[in-house]
Design a protein around this ligand. Structure first.
Ligand code: UD1
Ligand code: PEP
Length: 423
């Protein structure tokens, strides 16, 4: 297994380019199942999750060429609409093939994704949405079996805004007969991006990115050619890294408008964030102490849960106590014990963490437990003033960050990947 070794204490300077958004690319790859012919995706990040999705689409009967930043997916009317456990367990977003498969092929058998490190993450809203469109759903032997000759447009009111739930039902509704209205939808930019792609395919999607989406279903959809939006979570992660290490960093292709909640918290703590040409500039003088700020995660446009772990590390630097409340996932503080091993003083009580900042961190061997927790440990390594940090189990990081250690090294950090280390 690979390990990332970080020798901290270096300020970050220079420019890096933000990659395409993982959470936009994954549903769009699944949307290729809705049409025949060849679809082309551009600006796709080189990530393990993209490879896994490519593999899944191959198993489902598609010809897939993954050569980031380009991916081509081609297919015809034949498919093997079964998503096996072995692939779904590697990546929960695999459940995004459910809606397209049942809409296009009349049936789907998709492994139940099950819980994961950050929480139980049920898919009841996905199933409820498909049932409302007329699918018969049966659960057996760990699989979801869904069937329907032709889905019919309907109204679906989600119990809570769910990102992949909204995306799954949008894709299904795009091939349903008649009009679908989705209420209480997730408003994340990645949902809006999927709406743009479905419209390129010939669907009529209106309102993606708001809490009510209308979709006029079509009998057939066309393949598409689309460049994926930039990754707002990768952007936020490098903003926090620059703020934590100190220095002056330019991020090219950074979608600042999708990160208002994060930017306002960064400014509140004393970090300078501004536009410079087509880049975003982040500056922090390491001699000026940061102010503690409280954060509560919320669905978009609130503070993203996918930025909570990284921001917590920044608060370890602030002079005073900050309160971080995680409202989306029930078990998303797994980075806390690892950060404590590096000297951080953090108490947790259920969904709330109190970070008592201002104590220096020291390097240690730490274990990555999930994707964003891994990024937070790398950032902690950057600001550790003494010793070196080794982040183990970086396969979590590789799911969602393109060449993170290289991008940080490009900014002057001392970060290297050591291949094939004992995990
Ligand atoms: C591939 C992708 O885009 N992943 C993102 C997506 O995950 P994902 O789409 O899985 O997350 P959801 O938006 O669905 O989850 C939001 C909340 O709804 C609950 N829920 C969801 C569906 C359901 O059927 N029943 C239910 O109870 C979840 O347990 C959670 O508490 O949004 C999350 C929240 O922004 C992000 O952390 C993930 O990075
Ligand atoms: C939780 C995440 O991803 P996934 O939904 O694929 O597990 C994430 O991107 O932080």
């Amino acid at each position: 297994m690979d390990v990332i070794r970080i020798r901290g204490g270096k300020q970050l300077q220079g420019k890096i380019r933000v990659s395409g958004a993982k959470n936009a690319a994954l549903p769009i790859l699944c949307a290729t199942l809705l049409s025949d012919g060849e679809s082309i995706l551009r600006n796709v990040p080189a990530l393990k999750d993209i490879e896994t999705t490519g593999e899944l689409l191959r198993v489902l009967g598609r010809n897939v060429m993954v050569d980031p930043p380009l991916v081509r997916v081609a297919g015809g009317p034949e498919a093997n609409p079964e998503a096996p456990y072995e692939l779904v367990k590697q990546m929960r977003a695999s459940v995004l093939v459910l809606g397209p498969l049942v809409a296009r092929y009349g049936r789907a058998k998709v492994s139940l994704p099950g819980g994961c490190q950050i929480g139980s993450r049920p898919v009841d809203q996905h199933l409820k949405g498909l049932e409302a469109l007329g699918a018969t759903i049966r659960l057996s032997n760990g699989y979801i079996h869904a069937e329907c000759k032709r889905l019919k447009g309907a109204e679906v009111v989600f119990d809570m805004p769910t990102v992949t739930g909204t995306e799954n039902i949008m894709m299904a509704a795009a091939l349903a007969k008649g009009r679908t209205t989705l209420v209480n939808c997730a408003r994340e930019p990645e949902v809006e991006e999927l709406g743009r792609v479905l419209n390129k395919m010939g669907a009529r999607v209106d309102g993606a990115g708001t809490d009510v989406i209308h979709i006029e279903g079509r009998d057939e959809l066309d393949p598409f050619d689309h460049a994926i939006i930039s990754d707002r979570i990768e952007t936020g992660t490098y903003m926090v890294a620059a703020a934590a290490a100190g220095g002056d960093v330019l991020l090219e292709n950074a979608p600042l408008e999708d990160l208002e909640a994060v930017v306002s918290k960064l400014r509140a703590t004393g970090v300078e964030v501004g536009r410079e040409g087509d880049c975003v500039r982040i500056r922090r003088d390491p001699d000026r102490p940061l102010r503690p700020v409280d954060v509560m995660t919320a669905p978009h446009p609130g503070f993203p849960t996918d930025m909570q772990a990284q921001f917590m590390v920044l608060m370890c630097l602030a002079r005073g106590t900050s309160r971080i409340v995680e409202t989306i996932f029930e078990n998303r503080f797994m980075h806390v014990p690892e950060l404590r091993r590096m000297g951080a003083e953090i108490d947790t009580d259920g969904h709330t963490a109190h970070v008592h900042g201002g104590r220096p961190l020291s390097g240690a061997k730490v274990m990555a437990t999930d994707l964003r927790a891994s990024a937070s440990l790398v950032i902690a390594g950057l600001l550790a003033t003494e010793g070196e940090t080794e982040v183990l189990r970086v396969y979590h990081l590789d799911r969602g960050y393109e060449y993170m250690e290289r991008k940080l090294a490009q900014l002057g950090a001392d970060t290297v990947r050591m291949k094939g280390q004992p995990g």
